[in-house]
Design a protein. Structure first.
Length: 144
C-alpha cells in the first residue's frame, strides 16, 4: 500500500491518514450544527407551551395617547403566556399584543382572552389607547 503525501505551500508534509481525524471532527461539528438548527424550533415550541404557574394582575389606565407596558423590562420581567383583558370603561379601549399596528377594540364591559401557548413568541408588550377624548380602565389577568 502506497501512502500519499500532500504538500502545502509552507512545505509541511502531512499524510492522508493523519488528516482523517480532522476531517471526521469537522464532519461531526457540521452535523451537530445542522441538528441544532433543526431541533431549535421544536425546543422553542415546547418552551413556549410551558407554564411557570404564576399569575400577574395589573390595571391599564388608557388615554387617547398610545401607551405600552413592556413585561420583560418591567415586573414580572417575563412574558405572559395568556392574558385576560376586562374593560371597566367608561369608554372603548384598543389593545395590541406585541404590535401597535394590530389593535383590537374592547367596548365598555367587554372582555377578551389571549393565549400564546402555541406560539413561538409570548406576550412581551401590551399597547393600549382609547379613542379621542376617552379614558378607560382595563384590568389584566396574565399567566406566565
Amino acid at each position: 500500500m502506497t501512502e500519499e503525501i500532500t504538500k502545502f505551500d509552507n512545505d509541511i508534509d502531512i499524510e492522508i491518514s493523519d488528516m482523517m481525524p480532522l476531517v471526521i471532527v469537522a464532519m461531526m461539528a457540521t452535523m451537530v450544527s445542522l441538528l441544532n438548527t433543526m431541533l431549535a424550533p421544536i425546543a422553542q415550541q415546547l418552551q413556549a407551551q410551558a407554564y411557570i404557574g404564576l399569575t400577574n394582575t395589573f390595571v391599564l389606565n388608557a388615554t387617547p395617547a398610545m401607551q405600552w407596558i413592556n413585561l420583560i423590562s418591567n415586573p414580572p420581567y417575563t412574558p405572559l403566556i395568556t392574558a385576560s383583558f376586562f374593560n371597566d370603561g367608561p369608554n372603548s379601549v384598543f389593545i395590541g399584543i406585541n404590535n401597535p399596528d394590530e389593535l383590537l377594540e374592547l367596548e365598555r364591559g367587554d372582555s377578551r382572552h389571549v393565549s400564546m401557548s402555541g406560539g413561538s413568541r409570548r406576550i412581551e408588550l401590551i399597547f393600549y389607547k382609547t379613542g379621542p377624548g376617552g379614558r378607560a380602565r382595563v384590568r389584566v389577568d396574565g399567566k406566565y
